[in-house]
Design a protein around this ligand. Sequence first.
Ligand SMILES: [Ca+2]
Ligand SMILES: [Ca+2]
Ligand SMILES: [Ca+2]
Length: 153
Amino acid sequence: MKPALCAITLLAAIGTGTTAAHAASHDLATFIKEQDLDGDGKVSKDEFQRGRDAEFDRMDRNHDGVLSHDEYVGDYRERLERELAQRPESERAEERTRQMRQAEVRFGVLDSDKSGGITRAEFAATGWGMFLRHDTNHDGFVSAEDVPAKDGE
Ligand SMILES: [Ca+2]
Ligand SMILES: [Ca+2]
Ligand SMILES: [Ca+2]
């Protein structure tokens, strides 16, 4: 199995149940909701590229073209804390531990050459894998016309 493919499978598996995921969602409806920037109900390649670039730039706080561990995991933690604030306090600690563990795993997967940082190319590679996975009718758009991929595929 090629490393990129392996990463996509793993990302899909650990993406389940997370709402603040940096990885493009493996759920078709969520993917469209998150990536459809102009609201026409489908995600074009151009739109997806712009969205991914914007997300990378937002996370790359020191603008060196690499998402360091602190930038990636720190950004995730901030988003997670905002989300956890909506939950009953009794659930927060456990959820925080679980989600942060997943964020660490995702960082390791995205950093495919294990250099300690995620380059734009690494970030893009896993995203495109997800786009192609969703575009099951291969028309270059992810839309409701695509058949949702089943978990585990
Ligand atoms: Ca669109
Ligand atoms: Ca950086
Ligand atoms: Ca399609």
